[in-house]
Design a protein around this ligand. Structure first.
Ligand SMILES: Cc1cc2nc3c(=O)[nH]c(=O)nc-3n(C[C@H](O)[C@H](O)[C@H](O)COP(=O)(O)O)c2cc1C
Length: 306
């Protein structure tokens, strides 16, 4: 893909993949036993630290099938993993929440703050597990605030974030943190979770999330803020690397698209179960009995030549 500004051939997702693949893992086998991967998030015990992505705009995935959003919510429910939803209107959000999976609603940074407050309230009244906004979708590529489905986006200030947090009793999450500076602002505002992410490359030349993750995790250590990470977490080995560098939980994104489109709920269940098996295997090889035992010292990062 060509960068819109410089005309250079760069692809943020490709760089993210290359950085991921450049990270290598050492073995710690003596005294290692079969690990477990249960994970605690906001007081609930989930079966795995791997969760679904904040997708949106996925209509019916076959003439006789439900929305893909509902299909993957069913997979999350069956697997007891955390489910995420992006920009969806209240009626579909209601259908997704009715599935009964523990679900996070990520709302767009709408210019109209009342829409954000209304969507937070709808999520809370209909049983969402947590809510948040994706701060990395403020700008379009024409030097203006972006417009999605004809709806204007707008800037997000610290004061805005505090007002959203004050409006709800649900944990509030900021998605699209890609710097220590934003992570610290989130902490000051009182958020309960951040998603370290570049949203599959909204910012041209964005750094891979795993590059900045260790810095953020170090600074937030000991706080009550959960660190979520996405972008090219395509298999259980990628999940292990993110957990080692400081993530509490990770999201698999576009890597569930094909199983989701081809087979719906059962495809997503199989993909996540395979990732769980891959994660458990690497944890076994590194002597990590639980996700909390996974450490950055298990990784070697010889560097990548971009
Ligand atoms: C079809 C599609 C729709 C998405 N919609 C949203 C959205 O509404 N809100 C959001 O925060 N992120 C959205 N995302 C971004 C994902 O949540 C995630 O950050 C991104 O895909 C990076 O992860 P990946 O590399 O594993 O795909 C969407 C991604 C895709 C592919």
């Amino acid at each position: 893909m060509e960068d819109k500004y410089s005309g250079k051939k760069i692809d943020v997702n490709e760089y993210t993949r290359r950085y991921m693949d450049s990270i290598l893992i050492e073995e710690r086998l003596i005294d290692s036993v079969l690990p477990t991967i249960e994970t605690n998030i906001f007081g609930h015990r989930f079966s795995s630290p791997i969760m679904t992505p904040a997708f949106s705009h996925l209509k019916a995935i076959g003439t006789d099938r439900d929305s893909a959003m509902v299909e993957y919510a069913r997979a999350a429910k069956e697997l007891n993993i955390l489910n995420w939803v992006g920009m969806e209107p209240d009626d579909l959000m209601g259908e997704i929440l009715a599935v009964g999976a523990k679900t996070v609603r990520i709302i767009k940074p709408f210019a109209d703050h009342q829409t954000i407050l209304d969507q937070i309230r709808f999520a809370e009244e209909n049983g969402a597990f947590a809510v948040g906004i994706d701060i990395d979708h403020v700008y379009g590529y024409d030097g203006q605030y972006d417009e999605v489905d004809g709806i204007k986006m707008g800037p997000v200030t610290s004061e805005d974030i505090k007002s959203y947090i004050a409006s709800t009793s649900l944990p509030f999450i900021i998605k699209g943190v890609l710097s220590l500076q934003d992570a610290l602002k989130c902490a000051d505002c009182g958020v309960k979770g951040i998603v370290v992410s570049h949203h599959s490359g909204r910012l041209p030349s964005a750094i891979p999330p795993l590059m900045v993750l260790p810095q953020i995790a170090d600074e937030l250590a000991g706080s009550d803020i959960s660190i979520f990470v996405d972008c090219h977490i395509d298999n259980g080995v990628d999940a292990f690397k993110a957990l080692a560098l400081g993530a509490d939980v990770v999201s698999v994104g576009r890597a569930i698209m094909k199983p989701l489109v081809d087979e719906g709920t059962s495809g997503v269940i199989r993909k996540i179960e395979t990732m769980n098996e891959e994660l458990i295997t690497v944890m076994g090889y590194t002597g990590s009995k639980t996700p909390d035992d996974i450490e950055d010292t298990m990784l070697w990062v010889p560097g990548v030549d971009f």
